[in-house]
Design a protein. Structure first.
Length: 276
């Protein structure tokens, strides 16, 4: 234990017990269930992390792997209604419903990470978690997949031209919200910034390994670059996607494993031994 003396100030003790306290408190019993839930969410999110799944479904059409995929991307309400009535699964995939699931999983991951890292830097974790939850809320509000599905069912059941015209107009309005991009950009930015802040907190904490923190910084840093290129340089945005993908998958896996161990109490003992 060392004691630093600064003229005109009181003595400040610097002790490894501080880091030990962070490691021990990270796995408090009330949080263990959330850690396990976050770990499962992280490992499931690994399979859903790609945001261009709808494009891949369109590409699979030529191989006959998935039936009911349209030859061209639907562009009007009537085309979407027809697709959703013929093949609801394909229609929802093309409306990015998988991203809704992915964002919900990411929300669980960030909540669990808040619990694990709140003692390391509470203010930073509160800001990061708030950004993530706001971003997730924005995306869930802007994705109109299920609303459009509901309108398609009403359109199929409509018996008058006036009713059908009203439903088509409502569908076009929802498609404008779905396709305008504002919600996507805002939510993506907030969630990426949250991931970047959390990764920096990881780097300064003993709860997660340095490798997890570094991979997280790289993954979220590249995703931030991807967002800016998507907005200001659309012709080159695709370059960042294959570069960030392996880092993002790795960060999910390492974070999930770390949360699972926290839920089991494993890393707390290990951290205590290393710091003692």
């Amino acid at each position: 234990m060392g004691i630093a003396k600064v003229p005109g100030t009181r003595k400040v003790q610097v002790s490894p017990a501080t880091d030990r306290s962070v490691a021990l408190q990270a796995a408090e019993p009330p949080w263990k269930t959330l850690y396990i839930v976050g770990a499962v969410a992280a490992l499931v999110a690994v399979t859903l992390f790609r945001r261009n799944l709808s494009v891949e479904v369109m590409q699979f059409r030529g191989f006959g792997i998935i039936r009911g995929v349209p030859a061209t991307w639907p562009s009007s309400a009537i085309e979407w209604y027809t697709l959703l009535q013929d093949n609801t699964f394909v229609g929802l995939i093309l409306l990015n419903v998988v991203d809704v699931i992915n964002y919900c999983l990411v929300g669980l991951i960030f909540l669990a990470l808040y619990g694990a890292l709140r003692r390391a830097n509470k203010s930073a974790m509160v800001i990061a978690t708030a950004c993530a939850l706001v971003g997730i809320g924005i995306y869930l509000a802007s994705n109109q997949a299920f609303a459009i599905l509901s309108l398609s069912k009403q359109y199929a059941a409509a018996t008058t031209d006036a009713r059908r015209s009203m439903l088509l107009a409502a569908g076009e309005a929802l498609l404008a919200i779905q396709n305008q991009g504002t919600g996507y950009y805002a939510s993506f930015f907030l969630v990426v910034v949250a991931g970047l802040v959390i990764s920096v907190v990881m780097l300064r904490s003993s709860v997660f390994g340095k490798a997890t923190a570094i991979v997280g910084i790289i993954a979220n840093g590249i995703r931030l670059i991807y967002l800016f290129t998507l907005i200001f340089g659309p012709s080159t945005f695709w370059i960042a996607v294959p570069i960030s993908a392996p880092f993002r998958v790795t960060w999910y896996v390492l974070s999930g494993l770390g949360l699972f161990k926290l839920g089991q109490g494993t890393p707390v003992e290990a951290a205590s031994k290393q710091l003692s």
